[in-house]
Design a protein around this ligand. Structure first.
Ligand SMILES: Cc1cc2nc3c(=O)[nH]c(=O)nc-3n(C[C@H](O)[C@H](O)[C@H](O)COP(=O)(O)OP(=O)(O)OC[C@H]3O[C@@H](n4cnc5c(N)ncnc54)[C@H](O)[C@@H]3O)c2cc1C
Length: 255
């Protein structure tokens, strides 16, 4: 607490400092990856809805709301919608509703100049994580509760409004452990996790359709792995194998 005065924790708590921990700026990172892919010859088609991914002799047909594409292989990385695109995928994926809030610091000093790092705190209120204000990216301290209410939802029909009860679930930990962030709620958003039973990723070929590669690298912690997941998927789609050990991500582990 002397080093990071924004936190208030009981004396019996233990802290783990990861010196090389940090924050990824998501949107610039995605833009950079798309730009690199385009430079390497990829065609990025946005706002186009894939209706079906169908195995064909020697490849795959992707049917969209604008036509169809014949390809040698397809990587399906459709997030919370992977099961609706591949109904035959017998993976026990669960989509859960998550909520994030951005809170005005009551003492901005404590969150400026690197005084407060990105954090995860496990307390009697559950596991909360957060990111201090990020200049132009977002004002306020971003805080959320991992597995918020652990509520299974339909990705196309879930409550995207943030209620007072949602806010209270996040504020409970803030009030006790990061009181200097317990100011006005500046903004709040909902989001979706795609959970596997063991919280690990799913990367495998669709049984019976080896040219369709399924990628569900989420369970609430997949973004930071995007470059290596991309590498693995590219290997599988182009050479059929990858030097990375991906056994732990197999579909077969679910029996
Ligand atoms: C609240 C919250 C906090 C998180 N915090 C972190 C964190 O701090 N660090 C971290 O590493 N990860 C974090 N994650 C997890 C991370 O966001 C996910 O693991 C990651 O986004 C999964 O990437 P994806 O490409 O599999 O899915 P997505 O990013 O969901 O991308 C799937 C895309 O497929 C598109 N799509 C779906 N169906 C179709 C269709 N039929 N036709 C065309 N397009 C379609 C969707 O529109 C979407 O753009 C967090 C997630 C949430 C919800």
């Amino acid at each position: 607490m002397r080093r990071f005065p924004a936190f208030k924790v009981p004396p019996d708590y233990v802290g783990v400092l990861q010196p090389d921990g940090g924050v990824l700026e998501v949107e610039p990172a995605i833009a950079a990856q798309l730009a690199l892919a385009t430079a390497a010859g990829a065609k990025i088609r946005t706002g186009e809805v894939v209706r079906a991914v169908e195995p064909r002799a020697g490849g795959v047909r992707i049917v969209t709301d604008r036509g169809s594409v014949e390809a040698g292989a397809a990587i399906v990385a459709a997030g919370a919608w992977v099961r609706s695109l591949l109904p035959e995928l017998a993976a026990p994926l669960r989509v859960t509703r998550e909520v994030m809030g951005w809170f005005e610091p009551t003492d901005a000093q404590l969150f400026s100049g690197g005084c407060t790092p990105v954090f995860i705190i496990e307390s009697r209120h559950g596991m909360h994580y957060g990111i201090p204000p990020q200049g132009s990216v977002h004002a306020g301290v971003k805080v959320a509760k991992h597995h918020h209410r652990n509520e299974t939802v339909d990705p196309d029909a879930y409550d995207r409004t943030v209620s007072a009860a949602d806010e209270a679930l996040i504020r409970a930990a803030i009030a006790e452990h990061i009181p200097a962030a317990n100011g006005r709620l500046i903004a709040a958003k909902t989001c979706l996790y795609t959970m596997t039973p063991d919280g690990d990723f799913l990367i495998d070929r669709l049984p019976g359709a080896p040219d369709i590669i399924v990628a569900s690298p989420c369970s609430g912690h997949g973004f930071k792995f995007a470059p290596v997941i991309g590498e693995i998927l590219a290997d599988l789609a182009t050479t059929g194998a990858t030097p990375h050990d991906i056994a732990r991500f197999s579909l077969g582990r679910f029996g």
